[in-house]
Design a protein around this ligand. Structure first.
Ligand code: UFG
Length: 333
C-alpha cells in the first residue's frame, strides 16, 4: 500500500515508517521539522534499505498538501503530525489549536478531495481526562476534566473524526490512544530527541545520563501509590509501532474505532529510575520536588480490546526499552 505518514520524522512516526517500509509498503512522509530533523530520513533509509519520499511541509498549508495528495495515489493516512508539549500548550493555546486542529481539518479535506477514506490517528490516553478509575478502557467517557489544551486537541480531533465517519459511510478511522511510549529502535539510530529542556520523563532521564543536565526532578513522592511517586503505563515504542500495523486491517470496516495501546501494567517513576541505574551500571542523580500541576497519580491501559480485535499485544519489557535507550545514547554522544 502507499501510505502517507504525517509527522513521519518524529519519535513515533519514524518508528512506524521503518516498520511500514520493512513490511513492503511505500511511505510518503510529510513533516514540518518543527520538532524533528531531516536527517531522520537517512536513518530510516539506513535501517530499512529503502528511502521514503519526503516533503517538508506543514498541514496548515492546505494548497501544498492538496498537491501532494493529487500527485500520489495515497491508500491510507497515518496522522502523527502535531504539537505535543503540555506546558507549551498552556502558554500558547491558539498556536496549538491552529497547528493540531486546523492542520487535521486540512488533512481531512485533502483526503476527501482525493477520495482517500482511511486514517489512523495518533491519539492519547489524555483523552480520558481525570477519573476515579486508574485503569482506562475504551468504553469510558472522554473529554471530561482534560488538564490542558494539548490534551483537548487530541479529544477534539477524535470528535471531528467521529463526525466525518458519521457523514460518510465509507470512511474509516482508527484512533490509537497511546499511554507512555519509551525506548527506541534497537539500532539506536532513531529515537526521542526533543529540542531544548524535555518535559517528558525519559528524555529528561537521558539528558541527565549523558551529563547534559545535572539531575532529574521527580515531581512528587507523596502520592497515594506504593512508593509515593506517580505510576504510568510505559510501552516500548516498537510494540506501539506494531499496534499501527495491526490497526491497518481494522480500517477495512468503515466507522470510528478507538484502541488503547499500552501494556496494562503500571510502573512508578522511581522504579524507572532504579531500573535505568541497574541497566546502565551508573547512578542517576535525582531529587524529589513538589508535584507537577495537572499530573494524575496513576493511569494505565486496559489493552484487552486491542488484543481481541487487532490481535495485538506488547512483547517487550521496560528493561528492553532501557537497554535500547542506552544504545541510542551511546550513538548520540
Ligand atoms: N516526571 C518527573 N520528572 C520529569 C518529567 C516527568 O518526575 O522531569 C514524571 C511526571 O510527573 C509523571 C511521569 O514522570 O508522573 C510521566 O511524565 P511524562 O511527562 O513523561 O508523561 P505524562 O504521563 O505526563 O504524559 C504522557 C504524554 C502525554 C499524554 C499523557 C497521557 O507525554 O502526551 O501521557 O496520560 F497526554
Amino acid at each position: 500500500m502507499r501510505i502517507l505518514v504525517t509527522g513521519g520524522t518524529g519519535y513515533i512516526g519514524s518508528h512506524v515508517s521503518v516498520d511500514l517500509l520493512n513490511e513492503g509498503h511505500e511511505v510518503i512522509i510529510i513533516d514540518s521539522l518543527i520538532n524533528s530533523k531531516a536527517s531522520t530520513i537517512n536513518k530510516i533509509a539506513k535501517i530499512t534499505g529503502k528511502t521514503p519520499l519526503f516533503y517538508q511541509d506543514d498541514l496548515t498549508n492546505y494548497e501544498s498538501i492538496q498537491k501532494i495528495f493529487k500527485n500520489h495515489g495515497v491508500d491510507l493516512v497515518i496522522h502523527f503530525a502535531g504539537l505535543k508539549s503540555v506546558s507549551e500548550s498552556v502558554e500558547k493555546p491558539l498556536f496549538y489549536y491552529h497547528e493540531n486542529i486546523t492542520g487535521t481539518i486540512n488533512l481531512l479535506k485533502c483526503m476527501q478531495d482525493s477520495q482517500v477514506e482511511k486514517i489512523i490517528f495518533s491519539s492519547s490516553a489524555t483523552v480520558y481526562g481525570d477519573s476515579e478509575a486508574k485503569e482506562r478502557t475504551e468504553t469510558m467517557p472522554t473529554g471530561q476534566n482534560i488538564a490542558n489544551p494539548y490534551g483537548r486537541t487530541k479529544y477534539m480531533i477524535e470528535e471531528i473524526l467521529k463526525d466525518v465517519c458519521a457523514s460518510d459511510p465509507n470512511f474509516s478511522t482508527v484512533a490509537l490512544r497511546y499511554f507512555n511510549p519509551i525506548g527506541n529502535h534497537p539500532s539506536g539510530l532513531i529515537g526521542e530527541d526533543p529540542n531544548g529542556i524535555p518535559n517528558n520523563l525519559m528524555p529528561y532521564v537521558m539528558k541527565v545520563a549523558s551529563g547534559e543536565l545535572k539531575e532529574l526532578s521527580i515531581y512528587g513522592n507523596d502520592y497515594n501509590t506504593p512508593d509515593g511517586t506517580c505510576r504510568r503505563d510505559f510501552i516500548h515504542v516498537t510494540d506501539l509501532s506494531n499496534g499501527h500495523l495491526a490497526a491497518i486491517k481494522a480500517l477495512e470496516t468503515p466507522g470510528f474505532k478507538a484502541f488503547n495501546l499500552g501494556t496494562g501494567t503500571p510502573t512508578s517513576v522511581l522504579e524507572i529510575v532504579t531500573a535505568f541505574e541497574k541497566i546502565s551500571g551508573k547512578s542517576l542523580p535525582y531529587k524529589f520536588v513538589a508535584r507537577r500541576p495537572g499530573d494524575l497519580a496513576e493511569i494505565w491501559a486496559n489493552p484487552s480490546k486491542a488484543k481481541k480485535e487487532l490481535n495485538w499485544k506488547t512483547k517487550l519489557t521496560i528493561e528492553d526499552a532501557l537497554k535500547d535507550t542506552l544504545t541510542f545514547l551511546e550513538n548520540h554522544q
